[in-house]
Design a protein around this ligand. Structure first.
Ligand code: RIB
Length: 312
């Protein structure tokens, strides 16, 4: 069984390529401006679909060309997108992405129709929760909707992955107990725990404070340094890959989508993190968010090639 339900955002990314970010009060020249499909929910659905899972997505778009493009693209990766709602008042969400030459990015999201992904709408689609083996959520839709989705999935005995992105400081304690795997990056881990995290030992310590709150497994994504799997009684560092990084936008989403795909297929967590880490490293060698997600075949080829990994 490989049924993944993604509850989350769908955005149109407006990307500006810059050498570096402007400082406050400074004007700089960018080199290019382009549109690209994105949104953490859409990216993760697409990544899971490309990685081989059967995916259903719940979310909300505006009745506009951006929304139509997003739905069409998701269907190309066999993502069931027909339950995604159309918001009659708000436009499809927009993300303003400043992409630096190094591949790093800064993003501002205007939520628009994502606000229409409400608990009431999710309640109408209980059948999707029943169908799924695994629920994957992020935090780009209203927090009450995330809580409602997680509660619903858990009440049906489903596996729950929470990607706490964008970073958030006010997750209710009751949520942590329902999460099987939480996948913060370092910034998100800092904001969730309030603990300084400079060294790997400090990251492990912070991850343990989430385990103390009831989360079963913490997977910290470390960018170029790979990922850290922290469980109550063991920690495993999976190193990053040596790649030519072009664009990190959506790399975390690739990681989460592939992780959900593998876990829903019954792959053990440590191995699933290995595969997700490899897929994410491949995604950063390509431009854009949703369009950078690798297929199952590409991930397998990448793993077979044995691209060099670096400790760190
Ligand atoms: O994680 C990357 C995504 O964050 C982008 O696609 C953008 O839409 C924002 O949601």
């Amino acid at each position: 069984m490989k049924h993944v339900l993604v509850v989350g955002s769908l955005n149109m990314d407006l990307v500006v390529d810059v050498d570096r970010l402007p400082q406050t009060g400074e004007t700089i020249l960018g080199s290019r401006y382009w549109n690209s499909l994105g949104g953490k929910g859409a990216n993760q659905s697409y990544a899971a679909g490309r990685a081989g899972a059967e995916v259903c997505m719940l979310g909300s778009v505006g009745r506009d060309s951006h929304g139509a493009l997003l739905l069409k693209k998701l269907q190309e990766a066999n993502v069931q997108a027909d339950m995604i709602r159309f918001d009659e008042e708000r436009p499809t969400a927009t993300a303003f992405v400043l992409r630096e030459t190094s591949g790093a990015n800064s993003i501002i999201v205007i939520s628009g129709a994502n606000q229409g992904c409400t608990p009431e709408y999710l309640e109408q689609h209980e059948n999707c929760f029943k169908w799924a083996d695994c629920l994957l959520c992020q935090l780009e839709i209203p927090l009450e909707s995330v809580c409602s989705a997680v509660h619903k999935a858990k009440s049906l005995g489903k596996f729950v992955i929470l990607n706490p992105a964008p970073a958030c400081t006010n997750l209710p304690d009751s949520l942590f107990r329902l999460v099987d795997v939480i996948t913060p990056n370092e910034t998100e881990l800092f904001l969730l725990t309030g603990k300084t995290i400079c060294t790997l030992a400090e990251i492990v310590d912070s991850a343990h404070s989430l385990i103390a709150k009831g989360v079963k497994n913490v997977v910290v994504t470390l960018g170029a340094r790979g990922a850290l799997l922290v469980q109550k009684d063991r920690t495993i560092h999976i190193p990053g890959y040596i790649v030519n990084c072009i664009d990190t936008t959506g790399a975390g989403d690739c990681f989460n989508g592939v992780l959900a795909s593998e876990l829903s297929a019954g792959v053990a967590l440590e191995q699933a993190v290995h595969i997700a880490n490899a897929a994410a490293s491949l995604s950063v060698t390509r431009s854009g968010a949703l369009q950078s997600m690798p297929s199952k075949h590409e991930i397998e080829q990448w793993l077979r090639m044995g691209v060099e990994q670096k400790e760190g």
